[in-house]
Design a protein around this ligand. Structure first.
Ligand code: GLV
Ligand code: MN
Ligand code: MN
Length: 417
């Protein structure tokens, strides 16, 4: 590990609440244009949130380190300092563009409060416990969701990661370097992975499961398999006034037809979700027929073979549409995550600690899902009364946030021995 921040053994005296912690960061990364928050990885806003987290962890006497992939670890060590078979909780601080206040930060703030609760119960942990803050969970800047946990687990080739580009054309290697990492050393961290005995991530629920069940918290069972693809349609840039409709090779028209085709393909497959949420015409002028349109496709389904078949259907349909519009299209996979079923033993242990919590699956991706093939992993969801996420409308009631932190503390306490 690099960048060790020395800490003193000071501990905070006032008990924090999740609501108070989140109000500390309520002004960080607000987005006046989109509403909500835009906190992309290594932006000023996300860096401010990292500083805030490091300060909060340090105040609690935790030892803070940033690993070679940019994940922050705040350790509550046992007296011997041995970090094997550790318990890890945490989440992320980056957001989607115009996201809500809770996706990520709720898990981080709840982890801090859970540590307070556990410390009040027993000042010496029976097992080392760390709060992890993963970078680029949303993939909003470099395109690959859960980049930090994918690097750590080896789920992405470090060379591919180094060459990822943000919308301004910066490579991940350059941005990592500018933020104190050595991009030569990003990648699978066997030692750190081997030291984790269990990972429990608390997260705001991103759908309506808990509203329908009228319950504040749930335990996760599974995450839908999901992937992202980029479609790049090449046409012919030309003049909007002089080019007759019959003479056009307009990639924007092709893209529009593809978006409808994607919606229809997903609708004809039960449980499938397919989304085009980002589209970029090049050069992008009102009186210019675009020469190229890039758009990004997100597909999810519980059955990985069905996801693959749906993506193949979309690929074939897109080729046909492109040809009909005098264009060509290239489809490139940017990331793919299989359906995850969380560790059943850990799920049972959480159920014993939280007997009133129902079991829910989710369509949202998480670092917990990426860690899950290598580390026993579980998740706790907290009710979102709007049922809306990746939007400023995402919400958590103050009382539910505290119930969530207490549940996380209870779950971790039950795993301590
Ligand atoms: C992350 O939140 C995702 O599911 O895309
Ligand atoms: Mn999240
Ligand atoms: Mn998210």
């Amino acid at each position: 590990m690099h960048h060790v921040t020395p800490v003193t053994a000071r501990t905070s005296t006032t008990a924090a609440t999740v609501t108070a912690l989140l109000s500390d960061i309520a002004a960080t990364g607000t987005d006046p244009l989109r509403g909500g928050y835009t906190r992309s990885v290594y932006s000023t806003a996300e860096l401010d949130l990292r500083t805030w987290f490091i300060d909060q962890a340090t105040k609690r006497g935790l030892s803070v380190e940033t690993d070679r992939n940019g994940t922050i670890w705040a350790w509550w060590d046992t007296p011997g300092g041995d970090r094997s078979n550790s318990l890890v909780t945490g989440s992320h601080l980056d957001s989607v563009p115009g996201g809500g206040a809770f996706d990520g930060p709720l898990g981080v703030a709840s982890a801090l409060v859970a540590v307070d609760i556990l410390k009040a119960q027993n000042p010496i942990p029976a097992r080392p416990l760390a709060i992890a803050v993963f970078p680029e969970e949303e993939g909003s800047r470099f395109g690959v969701a859960c980049l930090g946990s994918r690097l750590m687990t080896g789920a992405i080739d470090p060379n591919k990661a180094r060459n990822l580009r943000d919308p301004d054309g910066n490579t991940f290697a350059d941005i990592a370097h500018a933020n104190g990492l050595d991009p030569r050393y990003i990648g699978k961290d066997e030692q750190l992975l081997g030291s984790i005995g269990a990972f429990v991530e608390l997260h705001v629920e991103q759908g309506r499961g808990l509203i329908d069940l009228d319950r504040p918290i749930a335990i996760a069972s599974s995450i839908l398999g999901h992937g992202r693809w980029r479609l790049s349609i090449q046409g012919q840039g030309n003049h909007a006034g002089t080019t007759l409709m019959a003479d056009r090779k307009d990639p924007m028209v092709a893209a529009s037809r593809m978006v409808i085709g994607i919606r229809d393909a997903a609708r004809s497959q039960s449980h499938a979700r397919a989304t085009v949420g980002r589209l970029q015409p090049i050069p992008g002028g009102t009186n210019v027929i675009a020469s190229r349109v890039d758009f990004w496709l997100d597909v999810r389904h519980p059955d990985d073979a069905t996801t693959a078949a749906l993506v193949q259907t979309i690929h074939n349909k897109s080729q046909l549409i492109a040809a009909e519009e005098g264009c060509t299209v290239e489809m490139t996979e940017e990331s793919l995550s299989p359906t995850v079923h969380f560790d059943i033993g850990l799920q049972n242990q959480l159920q014993q600690a939280l007997p009133d919590a129902p079991i829910l699956d989710t369509g949202a991706g998480h670092d917990a899902g990426v860690l899950s093939p290598l580390v026993p992993t579980a998740m706790v969801f907290v009710r979102n009364p709007s049922g809306v996420s990746h939007s400023p409308e995402e919400h958590v009631l103050d009382e539910d946030a505290e119930i969530g932190a207490q549940a996380l503390a209870d779950a971790l306490a039950s795993l301590m021995n």
